[in-house]
Design a protein around this ligand. Structure first.
Ligand code: ATP
Ligand code: MG
Length: 564
């Protein structure tokens, strides 16, 4: 099944950090990308590169961040961020943290959360940022998995840390204790631990969309990937105001909320509190946000909110970026029509450390596609034997190894790590896609989510995208439901937009809409309306695995009931 061709969106006029994609692609090397970076006699430190360097280069007074939470506002310069990071680093050293130790940070989205992460990295330890909504079990599992020795938290979140069940955890420091600790700078002190590019920097757990989250270890070398992708894909410049909505407990919130923008000396917005459409728009207006990075789930919510945006002036926006799930063309058209800007989809994974497939501001967008390979990245679409398939054919999305941001290991699980590299010279993503003649890559589904109905392979993304084009549908999760005759049938779980009520006529109308707009075999045989779709906690991705589990449970119950 091939994507229905969508209208191409041309680049908006402007000066972009990367103007000539084709030329850069020919000449790019990862060595060049990092040559202007941060190396001191072959040594590196990601925290130094991200913040301290700007102070040393004379930009200490530039605003590094604006913090907004309800009515509270605070701003810090790069010098202030550095000084506070140094203070945190001294406290950590006093408590015996050493190079390579795993130090977790469990704080709400505040400047201190960013500072704590940087302070851990500065002294050569490995930072493990935890998402603020994690409950006891999630916190415990992650710290235990990699034997974390110290945790930085606050009085509230700290209540969710079951210390007696985490034997490796020697120390818990509360943010107010750290702030109050009396650790003086000593003349000539060197807080920054200069490390090798392969030394560990960050451990991030994957979203858990397909199963148990994996502990992905990243090395300091990843900063050159963060830096160039921040420069070219985010396109941040000195006068930009940049806002990434995710918490650093998700890899997007650390790589593209903290490292990439600050490596490029951008001013970032840090917003506390929960999602509310009006608050988000108000922040964009108040701070004149120029570049905004969020996820399809948030855009779909904004879209179904309709008029919420009319009262705000959002004209400061230059472009928007999206990550985490397939970006439905409907959402791109909404932003184009309502906000006058493009949404640039980006594809990458916790394991990849940075963007791999992107839409650049100076290049055309094909809605429905994730974009083209980042310079230095080669995409392969592989068959079951690891052989490359011709353009246009759907197969396993793989990337030529290596590149700067690629993970170093899956913590404590060599077999899982090796599984990504089962075809020589390739990294295997676990996603299915095809690539067109112009190099654009079209996501089809995760490997496990592809639907096989009467011999036809159907990607849930296309069906979901068509479903949300229907005026009544807010969100959709599509799965293959086991069927004795067809193997699987297409089943859609949907939520309705405000003002619509479930009825047999409406569901039939939706089904016909997909049938006519996409294909008869792709039209869901069953549509079920839900109040909410199940989603991952940190990144808000639709959990098809749970929808499938729900169906399996029902099937089992009905077979028990009927005695089959
Ligand atoms: P887990 O690995 O624990 O099952 P996860 O794969 O959701 O969870 P992440 O690293 O947060 O963990 O997400 C990477 C995955 O997200 C990709 O493999 C892909 O399936 C999906 N994804 C990310 N960006 C995009 C995008 N732009 N379009 C489509 N899918 C995307
Ligand atoms: Mg994954």
């Amino acid at each position: 099944m091939t994507i229905v061709k969508e209208k191409i969106l041309a680049p908006l006029p402007g000066n972009y950090n990367l103007e000539n994609y084709d030329e850069i692609r020919r000449t790019f090397t990862w060595e060049d990308a990092s040559s202007e970076l941060f190396w001191k006699a072959g040594k590196v430190n990601a925290a130094y590169a991200t913040v301290d360097r700007h102070v040393d280069e004379g930009y200490g007074d530039k605003i590094a961040l604006h913090y907004a939470n309800g009515d509270e506002r605070r701003s810090l310069t790069f010098r202030e961020v550095k000084e506070k990071t140094d203070h945190y680093a001294r406290v950590l050293k006093k408590h015996g943290v050493k190079k390579g130790d795993r130090v977790f940070v469990f704080l709400p989205k505040t400047p201190e959360c960013y500072i704590a992460i940087l302070s851990v990295i500065k002294i050569g330890a490995i930072a493990g940022p935890l998402f603020e909504a994690f409950m006891e079990e999630a916190v415990k599992d992650r710290i235990n998995d990699c034997s974390g020795t110290l945790l930085i938290t606050d009085r509230e979140l700290g209540k969710r840390v079951p210390r007696e069940e985490i034997p490796s955890l020697q120390t818990v420091l509360y943010d107010d204790e750290i702030e109050a600790e009396d650790v003086e700078a000593v003349p000539g002190e060197e807080l920054t631990e200069w490390v090798g590019p392969e030394d560990g920097m960050l451990i991030h757990y994957t979203s858990g969309s397909t199963g148990k989250p994996k502990g992905v270890l990243h090395a300091h070398r990843a900063v050159s990937h963060h830096y160039v992708s921040g420069k070219w894909v985010l396109d941040v410049k000195d006068d930009d105001v940049y806002w990434c909505t995710s918490h650093p407990g998700w890899v997007t919130g650390s790589v593209y909320g903290l490292f990439a923008p600050w490596l490029n000396r951008a001013t970032v917005i840090i917003q506390g509190g929960r999602f509310k459409a009006e608050d988000w728009y108000r922040l964009i207006e108040e701070f004149g946000v120029t570049i905004w990075y969020s996820a399809p789930t948030a855009f779909r919510m904004l879209l179904s909110k309709g008029d919420a945006l009319k009262q705000f002036d959002l004209s400061s926006l230059r472009h928007i970026l999206s990550v985490g799930e397939p970006l439905n063309p409907e959402v791109i058209h909404w932003a184009w029509n309502e906000l006058g800007v493009r949404i640039h989809d980006t594809w990458w994974m916790t394991e990849t450390g940075g963007h791999l497939i992107v839409n650049l501001p100076a290049e055309p967008i094909k809605p429905g596609s994730m974009g083209r390979p980042f310079p230095g990245i080669t995409v392969g679409i592989l068959d079951e034997n690891g052989q490359e398939l011709p353009r246009g054919e759907v197969g396993q999305l793989a990337i030529r190894t290596p590149w700067a941001g690629l993970m170093k290991e899956i913590w404590g699980n060599k077999d899982r790590f090796d599984a990504y590299f089962k075809y020589e010279g390739w990294y295997l993503s676990g996603d299915l896609a095809y690539q067109d003649e112009d190099d654009y890559v079209f996501f089809q589904s995760r490997d496990d989510d592809m639907i096989n109905s009467s011999g036809e392979r159907i990607g849930p993304f296309e069906v979901e995208s068509k479903l949300i084009e229907h005026p009544a549908v807010a969100e959709a999760g599509v799965i293959g439901k086991p069927d004795p005759v067809r193997g699987e049938i297409v089943k859609a779980f949907i939520t309705l937009r405000p003002g619509f009520r479930e009825s047999a006529e409406l569901l039939e109308d939706i089904r016909v809409f997909v049938k006519q707009g996409l294909a008869a075999h792709a039209a869901p045989r069953e549509i079920e309306v839900m109040e909410e779709l199940p989603k991952t906690v940190i990144s808000g991705k639709i959990l098809r695995r749970e929808l499938k589990a729900l169906e399996a449970k029902r099937a089992e119950e009905s077979s028990v009931a009927t005695g089959n």
